[in-house]
Design a protein around this ligand. Sequence first.
Ligand code: 4AZ
Length: 844
Amino acid sequence: MDYMDSGSKYTPKMGKEFESVQFLQASDNKKLEKKKSPGKRGALIGMVILSTVVAIMIGLLVWHFHFRENTHERMYTGSIKIDNQVFQDAYENSSTPEFKALAEQVVKQLKTTYTNDARLKKYYVGSTVQAFSEGSVIAYFLSEFKIPAGQEVFVDIAVSSLDNNARKSVSSPNRQANHLDIKEMKTSVLDKRLLSFKEQAFFSEHTKPNEIVWIKSPGFPDSPYTENTFNQWKLRADRGNIVKLEFDTINLEPDCKNDFVKIYDSLVATESRALVELCGYFSPSAPPTFYSSGNVMLVTMGTNEEHNFPGFQAKVSQVSRGSMSQSCGSKLTGKTGRFSTPNFPHYYPPNMDCDWEIQVPENKVVKVTFEMFLLAEPGQEDGKNCNKDYVMINNKKLCGKNLEGTLVEISKTNVVKVQFHSDNSYVDRGFTAVYEAIESTDPCPNQFLCKNRWCVNHNLTCDGWNDCGDMTDELNCKCSSDSITCANGLCKPKFWKCDGVNDCGDNTDEMNCGGCSSGEFTCKNGKCVSEKKHCDGSNDCGDSSDELDCGGRSELQCTDVTYKCKNNKCINKVNPECDGTPDCGDRSDEENCDCGTKKFKSATRIVGGQDADDGEFPWQVSLHVKRYGHVCGASVIGTKWLVTAAHCVQDDGNIKFSDPKSWEVYLGLHSQQKQGSSLVKRNLKQIISHPSYNHHTFDNDIALMELESPVSYSDHIQPICLPAPQHDFKTGNNVWITGWGATREGGSAAVVLQKAQVRIINRTVCNELMRGQITSRMLCAGVLTGGVDACQGDSGGPLSSPEGNRMFLAGVVSWGDGCARRNKPGIYAAVTKFRDWIQEKTGV
Ligand code: 4AZ
C-alpha cells in the first residue's frame, strides 16, 4: 500500500543516519589496543584483551548477520493535538502551502520526539502527515520504524509511553519560536493488512448542513468490488458537528479476515480510534448507523484476491454534536419508563457520557431490567473487565452482552443513578432498559422470584426447564398432568420419558420404559418374558431378542432383529458389522469395511453447532444446482454412488431437480468459498428417487445419485458405512449431523461445514411430539431442550453414528417442525429400512 496519499511525502532513508546509530562504539578496538604493555604480565593481559576483542567481534558479527539484517518495517499511526495553532480551511487540502508548512513542522517535532527517546532513536525512519482537523488543530500522522526481529514489543511500549508523556513535553524549557504545543498524542501500530494491497483509492468528502453525500464501494451496485484493493474515505463535517454514516447496503464476504469495512473515529486508520469492523451481510431492514465523536470519520475497505461480493453503499451527513448529547441521559420519574443509549438500536457514538437519574415514588425501590444489552467491544465480550465502554449502576460496572433480558438491577432506595460511558474506540449497539417502582419486599411483582433474584413468569415454574438459571423454579413442585414426577422431586415434560436421556438426573424418567414389570425382560417386539429366559439359549420372545448379545458366539433363528451373514446364518451379536471381530462363520460381517473413518485426527468435539474440522466428515457432499449453488447435502457410499433425500430431487415448477444435468456435486469440500486441492467436482449420470417417496408425508425420503465417473478416495473423500437392516441405533446414542444449511431457522447458510451432536430419540416419544407423523421408515434425533438441529440446506446430508472407530449412516436429513425448537426433533430417513434397496440399485 502506498500509505502516503496526502500530506508531505516521505521517502524512507536507509542511508547514513540510520546506519550511524548502530552499535559501533562497542567495536572500537583501537582503544583496547592502546592499553598494551610489554612483559609477560603484559603479554597475558594482551592475550586476555585479544580474546575479549575476538569475542566482541564474533558477537558483533553474529549480531550483524543475524539480527541487523533481520529488521523490518513497523508503521505507527496516530494523532497529535496542537494547542497553539488555529485551524484554517486550507489545512483540509494537502497540496496547499499552509498544509505543507504545518506538516513540515509536525514532522520535525515528531522526529525530535522520537529521537529524544533512546529506545526509539536508533529505529526511527521518518513520518508523514496525513491530514489535519479542528481542535485546536489535530494532525494525523504515519511514522515508520525499522525494528530488529523480537524488539517490536519494546518499541510498542516506548511509542505508547510517548503518548503518556506528550503532556509533559509542553513544559519543556528550551522551546523554540515555532514549537508546537502538543497536548495529546495517540499512537498505535498500523493494521498490517493495510500495507499489503495491490490497488488503492482515496476519497474525501466534506458534508454541508442538510446535505447527504453517498459513498459506495467501487462498482456498486452494477458489479462486485475489485480484488486486492484498499479504499479509504475521509469524511468531514463542519465545526461543532459530527459525522453520521448510515449504511443502506452491506454485503461483503462473511470472513472479515478476507474483506472488511473498518470505520475510525479519526482521519487515520489508528486502532485506538477504530469504531467497528464490518463484514458479511446485513439485512436491509436493519442496516447499521454510526456517529463520530468529533467532526471527522474515516471509512476504509480492504478486499483480498478471492470472492468479490456486491459491496456497500452508505449515506453521509452531519448532525450537531449537541443534538446527540441532548438525547443522552435525563431525569426520569414515575412508576415505570424506558431509557436507551443514544441511537439505539443502532451503534452509540464513541466518547459519550450519559447520566440518568431515576426517581420512583417514595417507599418503593427501582428495578432496572436491561432488555437488550450490547456493550461487548473487543476485550470485554465476556462482561468481565469493563474498562472501556460500560454502564455504572449500584456501584457496579456492567459490560458484555445479554440479550435474554435477565440483566436486572434493583436499587436500595427510590432513587438510582445509571451512567453510560463510551470511550474512544469500538462502539456497539448499547442497551434499552425499563425501570419500574417495586416494593423492596417483592422484587418480582406478579412473577416468581428465583434464588438468584431473577424473575420468571409463573407459568415457567415446574415445567422441567431451568428458567432461573439456578434451578430454583423447578424445586418443590407439584407436577402437572403433562409432567412426570422424578424421584428427586423435579417435574419433567412427559415427552422426555424414555427418550434415552437422563432428564431427571436420577434416571427416573428412563425407568420402566419397556412396559414390562420388574423381573421381566422386554423383547424388541414388545413381548414380556421372565428375566430368567434372557440368554437361556431358547427363543422365548419369538424374535430372538432375548438371546441377543449374550456373549460367546452362537447362531440364532433368523428374525427382523438378528444379523444375517452372507451364508444366510444369523448370529447373536448386535451390530457385528465391521467391528474388527469376525463373527460370522464366513467372516462376511467384516467384508467391505473400508468405510466410515476419517483420515485425520481431529480436535475434541463439543455439543452444539460448530465448524467441522477439514476432512472430519469425508463422506459429506455438497449438492449444487448449476449456476445457483448449494441446495442439499448427500453422503458418499461408493466410488460412484451418493445417498441423498428424495425431496431434494423433486421437480419444482421450472426447476428440474430430478434431472441429473441440473446438478453439480462437490466432494471433499470444507468451505463453500474455497476450492482447495482436495475438492472433486462431478456431474451426475442418474438419479434414482425411492419409488415409494411420498411428498405429502416425506415417507421413504431417500434417493441415490450415480456420478458420471468414479472418484478416487482420498484423505478428504471417503465412504460412510451402510448399516445392516437389523442394525440397532439405540435411543440416547450420540450421533452427528453435518451440513452447510441454515445456522438458525430462517437464517442464512453456513460457509464452513457445520457439525453438531444430537441423540437418537425414542420412536414412541417422537411420534407423540410430531403428532403421529412418524412412520417406521423414519428416525428421530435431536436435543429436546432445543438449540441443536439440522435445518434448511442440510437435507439429504448424513446422520453419522459412531460405532467403535467408524461412522455408520444412521439417517438422511429429511424434515422437521422448524429448526432447533423445544420438543421438536429432526426427522431422518432410516437407512436400515433401505439397505436392501440400496444394494439392489447400486451394488454397494
Ligand atoms: C429443510 O428444510 C429442513 N429441523 C431440514 C431439516 C429440518 C428442518 C428443515 C429439521 O431442509
